[in-house]
Design a protein around this ligand. Structure first.
Ligand code: AMP
Ligand code: MG
Length: 596
């Protein structure tokens, strides 16, 4: 049996395993020079089973470490060494160690030890030692290096333990055929089956999206009312953009088919004006950015490369036909689709519609979202807080996110612990709203009255989602309205909104082709997760000194701590496959972008 392992490096890693005394180190000290001679740049990681030290008492580095330096880096012009005090229970983490290797300096990593990890390995076997095989219990063994008298089962690659060149051939063949593991995006379909009664984030989302039909009602709105609305019909351009071929620079328009040493300046054309007449060879027109190009002109020479004197202009730089000219229709041709239906209109899109001369467009009706809170302990901000109570924050985070999604919000307040009142409020809301969102009282095993009422008046699923935070989730329908019962904890509410309500609202609103943006980043710190659960940590992304996108967490990650949301600019999404994520390895982040 082996322990799962994933290689964080973009280069192959090959292990050598054997019982002690088989001659691993002897082989490696012969194999390393052979591979090096063949031009393979190697890194080697060795597992030492005992406490070891590479330093000697009396050396400065030794004394500084003894004085308390947790990391000691000693460097000269020929090599450097980093010593780290890192006491762990059990074996050191190989992915963490591999992350220390500079993958641009070597072609592959050979690993001695770490026999139990599921990494590709060569087994070394000496029959004379009378030890059992390793490959019988480990399907990561790529080949067995043994002596002539050893009997191996069919189908396993045999290498000669005493033939270093042959083993080196195999190592090179392995490296040549090696491919990095395919990117396992979090939120994509997982290989891990969900435990009974629970579902993955992806399964939950797929079910939700399959239930939703986009709103069909359309309305025509003026340009100023279109921000954050969803276009209901393709916007077809009635004009060419730009309308006329024009100059991209302040300078001189010339007919450059005949190149001259100097040109006669025959006129000037400003933006918003035209040049009457045809430019002939040897003539130039002074032209401003955006002004229509005179007939016959086919290049614009910028002013900074021109010298004008006594009605003549000469140029210090050669010209190419078409330079600094914007062709009519080069951005959008007349009759082309400028914006597709389903597109969410923002600043650029409003500008684009305006540039086509359109002062209105047909958009989808805004979804109406009703929001309420439940729970004996939940109190209205602004009112005195009774003993053992908390202020209602969830209604405000939910309303804010719903508005940013372009929805109209109906605030139903805090609904008292009264079944009849709740039932009436929900039935009323289902007449007026497209979606009803509540928070609290939906966890499995929670005896809240809201579950009783929902079960009576709606078709609601109560799920356990394999995620943290935000495990409980209720989703279904009340009358013709969709219903989301979010968890109670404030961070869980926001994370569940981002993962489930956001895509649902976008589909309901008619937005086409939306997908959560997941971006790879390097984690500055080790992150903990659990196989089979998607973890959403609150992160702060930033550009590291290496120029790459890095991320760190906001610190304590309690699901009630709204400060963690407020400090963060993204979620760090750790998929179901992952367990430990070592520092410096790649993770995915989901920026909040315009949602929070
Ligand atoms: P529940 O799922 O109802 O057991 O709630 C889980 C946690 O979320 C409890 O600590 C609640 O007090 C808290 N909670 C529930 N509703 C709200 C709310 N509207 N605002 C802030 N916290 C809430
Ligand atoms: Mg509650």
């Amino acid at each position: 049996m082996t322990t799962p392992f994933s290689n964080p490096l973009p280069i192959p890693v090959l292990g050598f395993c054997a019982y002690s005394g088989t001659g691993k180190t002897t082989l490696l000290t012969q194999l390393i020079p052979e591979l090096t001679r063949r031009g393979v740049r190697l890194a080697v990681i060795k597992h030492a089973h005992h406490t070891f030290d590479v330093d000697t008492p009396g050396k400065d580095s030794y004394e500084m470490r003894k004085a308390g330096a947790r990391q000691m880096l000693v460097a000269s012009h020929v090599r450097w060494a980093l010593m780290t005090e890192d006491e762990v229970d059990g074996d050191p983490s190989l992915p963490h160690l591999l992350a220390q290797i500079e993958a641009d300096k070597v072609d592959m990593v050979l690993v001695e030890g770490f026999k139990k990890l599921a990494l590709p390995k060569i087994e070394l076997h000496r029959a004379a030692h009378g030890k059992p095989f390793i490959h019988t219990d480990d399907n990561n063994i790529m080949a067995v290096a043994c002596c002539d008298d050893t009997v191996l089962p069919d189908g396993i690659r045999r290498l000669d333990l005493n033939n270093v060149a042959q083993i080196a051939d195999f190592v090179q063949e392995f490296a040549a055929n090696w491919q990095p593991a395919p990117l396992q995006l979090p939120l994509s379909a997982s290989q891990i089956p969900s435990p009974q009664g629970s579902r993955s984030v992806r399964e939950g989302l797929d079910h939700i999206l399959a239930t939703i039909t986009p709103l069909s009602e359309q309305q025509q709105c003026q340009l100023d009312e279109l921000d954050n609305r969803i276009l209901a019909q393709d916007a077809i351009s009635p004009v060419n953009v730009p309308q006329q071929t024009n100059s991209a620079m302040d300078g001189y328009a010339v007919a450059m088919s005949v190149q001259c040493s100097h040109y006669q300046v025959v006129g000037e054309v400003l933006a918003g004006h035209g040049y009457q007449g045809q430019l002939s060879a040897g003539q130039a027109v002074r032209i401003m950015t955006g002004a229509p190009l005179p007939d016959g002109a086919d290049a614009v020479q910028p002013r900074e490369h021109a010298e004008e004197k006594d009605g003549q202009v000469c140029f210090s730089k050669p010209m190419k036909a078409g330079q600094n000219i914007r062709m009519a229709g080069e951005d959008i041709a007349k009759g082309a689709t400028a914006l597709q239906q389903g597109c969410r209109l923002g600043a650029a899109e409003l500008g684009l519609l305006a540039s086509l001369g359109m002062d209105n467009a047909t958009v989808k009706r805004k979804p109406v979202v009703a929001v309420f809170s439940t729970g004996d302990e939940v109190s209205q901000p602004g009112q005195p807080l009774s003993d053992n109570c908390i202020f209602d924050s969830n209604r405000y985070t939910i309303k804010s996110m719903a508005r940013r999604m372009g929805c109209d919000v109906l605030d139903l307040g805090i609904i008292a612990d009264d079944e009849a009142a709740l039932e009436q409020a929900l039935l009323d809301a289902s007449e007026k709203a497209d979606m009803i969102i509540s928070s609290g009282g939906v966890s499995v095993g929670n005896a809240d009255f809201i579950k009783t009422v929902l079960a009576r008046i709606g078709k609601i699923n109560f799920w356990r989602i394999n995620m943290r935070p935000g495990r409980p989730l209720a989703f279904g329908e009340i009358g013709k309205a969709l219903f989301f019962g979010l968890p109670g904890n404030p961070v869980a509410v926001m994370v569940s909104f981002i993962q489930f309500v956001q895509p649902a609202l976008r589909k309901l609103a008619g937005e086409a082709d939306w997908q959560a943006q997941l971006i790879p980043a390097v984690t500055d710190m080790p992150l903990r997760s659990r196989t089979g659960r998607t973890e959403f940590l609150r992160g702060i992304y930033h550009i590291g000194t290496d120029g790459q996108l890095h991320v760190r967490t906001t610190g304590a990650q309690g699901s009630g701590m709204l400060t963690s949301m407020s400090k963060s600019n993204c979620l760090i999404v750790i998929g179901e496959e992952a367990d430990q994520v070592p520092a410096n390895s790649r993770v995915y982040i989901q920026p909040f972008a315009d949602l929070l």
